[in-house]
Design a binder for this molecule. Structure first.
Ligand code: ATP
Length: 362
């Protein structure tokens, strides 16, 4: 049972602030992911939790206890890095059992029994005597995971563990990792720059940008209810644009926003206060936009969809299940999805509830 808290944690390297005033709580057994573009401070945050670095300011607690000054080997953390960092001169079993020279295995198991248990857990039973070099990248990474887990750490820390693997292997390995993590119920912090990976494996995700936490939430909340323009753009395909509020209607439930000479109606979230004249940034996911050829659309009633825009198709990308279509609308390019090919003038329709207001300025 381990919780992790960061309370106002900052880390500076000379002039560079790698992470600024980070506050977050990770629950026991949670799969928590730090995601963001290169240089946003993910690895620094993980290294601070591991104890490889000490914060410039702020406090880190494990189960409510300040871990300042506690070295990594005494924090009970298992760490897996991007480059598997296996010992090349040791067999698979010797690699997995490495940490058991310094710590007794959990439970009543002997070191050998513990190694066998871990090899079975990561689906590498029978590979004991193999050299790490003779294994595939995915297998090597599973050895690294088994090695990190063998001493029975309270926390598992993973820094881009899949980034050296090809796409198909990444998908199967992340399913395996998720299964192992929930089987063990170990509190896990995972670092990745891949937003799809973050959404697919995590209980909750923190999106970082420029050393700051932009948003923390479940994958569903991060995807459906981004709180900032950065999160709206970083996670999944999205249409993000800014305009000025011209009308507030229905007891503050709907705002009309002037963008590209059109009026877009947006539901106002309960937690936002918006006034006429404010500049807002809004987003609409492509999958919420219906797209029809404009000539098929003539005379059609709007059918409850208050937002209708006309544009022209610029390009299409066939993705298999759907086609991603780029539509020019004034100065703006919009992304939509269709199942059938479409070209020429198109009408885009979407509901005010599909429009998310992500920032408000004056
Ligand atoms: P990446 O995905 O590229 O690994 P990241 O999000 O993990 O990026 P960090 O490695 O945490 O980012 O780095 C955050 C910032 O801190 C970067 O600007 C980086 O150059 C800087 N930084 C990290 N470690 C050090 C260090 N030891 N000395 C100086 N600057 C550092």
């Amino acid at each position: 049972m381990t919780t992790i808290e960061l309370d106002g944690v900052s880390k500076r390297y000379g002039e560079t602030t790698a992470i600024a005033d980070a506050t977050l709580s990770i629950a026991d057994s949670e799969f928590f992911t730090l995601v963001g573009p290169s240089g946003c401070g993910k690895t620094t945050t993980l290294r601070l939790i591991a104890g490889f670095e000490e914060p410039t300011s702020g406090t880190i607690r494990f189960d409510g206890e300040d871990v300042a000054g506690v070295p990594p080997e005494n924090r009970g953390v298992g760490v897996v890095f991007q480059n598997y960092a296996l010992f090349p001169h040791m067999t698979v079993a010797e690699n997995v059992g490495y940490g058991l020279q310094f710590t007794d295995p959990p439970g009543d198991l002997s070191p050998d029994e513990r190694v066998q248990e871990l090899l079975a857990l990561v689906d590498l039973a029978g590979m004991d005597d193999r050299d790490p070099d003779s294994l595939s990248g995915g297998q090597q990474q599973r050895v690294a995971l088994a090695r990190a887990l063998a001493p029975g750490p309270r926390v598992l820390l993973l820094d881009e563990p899949m980034s050296a693997l090809d796409a198909q292997l990444r998908e199967s390995l992340r399913l395996q990792l998720k299964r192992i993590q929930s089987e063990l119920g170990i509190t896990t912090v995972y670092v990745t720059h891949d937003q799809e990976e973050a959404l697919s494996v995590s209980d909750r995700v923190a999106v970082l940008s420029g050393g700051a936490i932009e948003q923390i939430g479940t994958p569903q909340a991060i995807y459906r209810r981004p709180d900032t323009p950065f999160v709206a753009r970083f996670v999944g395909d999205n249409n993000v644009f800014s305009g000025r509020v011209t009308v507030i209607e229905q007891d503050d439930e709907t705002a009309t926003i002037a963008i590209e000479g059109a009026s877009i109606h947006a539901a106002i979230p309960a937690d936002r206060s918006i006034d006429r004249g404010d500049t807002v940034t809004i987003c609409v996911r492509p999958e919420y936009v219906s797209v029809t050829a404009s000539e098929d659309d003539r005379g059609k009633k709007s059918g409850g969809e208050l937002n209708r825009l006309t544009g022209s198709v610029v390009s299409s990308e066939f993705l298999g299940e759907t086609t991603r279509v780029h539509v020019s609308w004034g100065e703006t390019e919009l992304l939509v999805r269709t199942t059938d090919p479409i070209d020429g003038q198109v009408t885009l329709a979407f509901d005010p509830d599909a429009v998310r207001i992500v920032s408000v300025g004056s």
